[in-house]
Ligand binder design. Structure first.
Ligand code: PMP
Length: 320
């Protein structure tokens, strides 16, 4: 789909995957006016293609668009287009358990002009690719590093938008985490460097003394669709869940006094990823003996059960 200020969004089409050509002065190359989404199509146990809450992804795309001065898309039209696209690529969706078709919608500013102001032209593209499980470790616990040196986002910044710049500024932290043997970074807030925010590509949850706690959405955290879904599942199962500020010190203290029972991340790619080790100021905390906790397992089973059509979708999240 293309956008120009004269025509609005126009010329929607499905074409074979191929390189696109852009003017070297396209604004996206210089000023980062780019937003994206990530979601998946699954093949159910009955052999049907299924999308998980795609409406939420297009709503979030529009939210990101607003922050980046990009014209809004028609969410309903985008959803219809996506359904057609999945139909066209149906044969490419892998069927083994845990696999899926990864879907990447994105919008870039294509006006050829070096002025620092919003573009008058855009492209909205959806690409797709078969995918296995995200972490090499599979559902086994991952190791994450608490970041002290860099910040990902501040309130009023672009942290809650899914824009390329957030990921560009995070690269150095991921690189340093990898060098030390950790798979991702756990970000703290950008103001006091004290409150837990989220992980590189997932939202974070802690089970402390029977209660699940996740950082509240302050404006600098990506409002994860899996996060929202899992909060609803926890409420449905009557497991205590709190969305609130949580200081890294509270996590460390809970570990010290033995009440930190589980840590896990949620995300489209990460699904439910238990955290087995947390590096904080040079010290490594081992969580739940590096085993998958009960709540992580329950959420994993519920989420993958709904996505594979094995269990009933009581929440009305799936579209076939
Ligand atoms: N935080 C960040 C920074 C992410 O990139 C992602 C992945 N989109 C998430 C959280 C999880 O969001 P979702 O559950 O919508 O995939």
């Amino acid at each position: 789909l293309d956008y120009s200020s004269a025509k609005g969004w126009h010329d929607g089409r499905i074409i074979p995957y191929e390189p696109i050509s852009l003017d070297p002065a396209s604004k996206v190359f210089h000023y980062g006016q780019a937003i994206f989404e990530g979601l998946k199509a699954y093949i159910t146990v009955d052999g049907e293609a299924l999308l998980f809450r795609p409406d939420r992804n297009f709503a979030r795309l529009n939210h990101s668009a607003e922050r980046l001065c990009i014209p809004a898309i028609d969410e309903q039209q985008a959803l219809e287009a996506l359904k057609q696209l999945v139909e066209v690529d149906r044969a490419w969706i892998p069927t083994e358990a845990g696999t899926s078709l990864y879907i990447r919608p994105f919008i870039i500013a294509t006006e050829a002009d070096l002025g620092v102001d919003e573009s008058t032209e855009y492209k909205f593209i959806i690409i797709m690719s078969p995918s296995g499980s995200y972490y090499a470790e599979g559902i086994n616990p991952v190791k994450i590093m608490v970041e002290k040196k860099y910040v990902r986002a501040v309130v009023g910044g672009t942290g809650e938008a899914k824009t390329s710049g957030n990921y560009a500024s995070s690269l150095i932290s991921s690189k340093e985490a990898h060098e030390q043997g950790y798979s991702q970074t756990l970000w703290l807030d950008g103001k006091e460097n004290k409150y837990v925010e989220e992980v590189g590509s997932m939202n974070i949850f802690f089970k402390i003394n029977g209660t699940v706690v996740t950082p509240e959405l302050t404006g600098s955290i990506l409002p994860g669709i899996t996060r929202d879904s899992m909060i609803q599942v926890l409420k449905h199962k009557n497991i205590p869940i709190e969305e609130r500020h949580i200081a890294i010190d509270e996590v460390i203290d809970a570990h010290t006094n033995g009440t930190l029972e589980e840590v896990f991340g949620t995300g489209t790619a990460a699904v439910i990823s238990p955290v087995g080790r947390l590096l904080w100021e040079g010290e490594e905390l081992v969580i739940n003996n590096e085993e998958i906790g009960d709540v992580s397992q329950l959420l994993y089973d519920t989420l993958t059960g709904i996505q594979s059509g094995k269990i009933n979708d009581d929440f009305n999240w799936t579209i076939r």
